[in-house]
Design a protein around this ligand. Structure first.
Ligand code: HEC
Length: 132
């Protein structure tokens, strides 16, 4: 009996920990599928053409804009870490608000970034303010 209980608790804790790591993992998988082509697995971008997301002053200072950049893309000049980039990024409209939140929270903690946590509620509010 007792060993059954221990086994049960063990499995339960495994299950709980596994759930907790899911959002971050989903963010990472989505990042690899939708962003890494251009911004690279390590977030370093492509010199002169695609700005970095790793250690990016732009990412750290424009947290409220990031959800709309993913949904609608961006164009025109952008300066990241003192370098100017000017290639359009297409939006990825098929990503849900959950998926966008998970991608952003992955980016905010990946590659020694330490840009805090964006709750789903904040991401939703930011998306409501996107230009159509
Ligand atoms: C086809 C290539 C491409 C893909 C795919 C892409 N981007 Fe971009 N991204 C760019 C380019 C090019 C810019 C610069 C846009 C400009 O010059 O206005 C940019 C700019 C950005 C910026 C603002 C500047 C910076 O680097 O801090 C963020 C944030 C960003 N992208 C995030 C993402 C995320 C997250 C994804 C995946 C959901 C993604 N991008 C997918 C090409 C891409």
């Amino acid at each position: 009996m007792r060993s059954n209980l221990i086994l049960f608790l063990f499995l339960l804790s495994f299950f709980l920990f596994d759930c907790e790591s899911q959002p971050h993992r989903q963010g990472q998988i989505l990042y690899q599928n939708f962003c890494a082509n251009c911004h690279m697995d390590d977030g370093s971008g492509l010199a002169g053409n695609i700005p970095p997301l790793a250690q990016s002053d732009y990412v750290s200072q424009n947290q409220g804009q990031l959800a709309c950049i993913i949904r609608n893309g961006m164009e025109g000049q952008v300066v990241v870490n003192g370098k100017t980039y000017q290639n359009p990024m297409a939006g990825i409209p098929q990503l849900s608000e959950f998926e966008i939140a998970n991608i952003l929270n992955y980016i905010n903690q990946a590659w020694e970034n330490d840009y805090g946590y964006l709750p789903l509620k904040t991401v939703r509010e930011n998306l409501e303010r996107c230009k159509q």
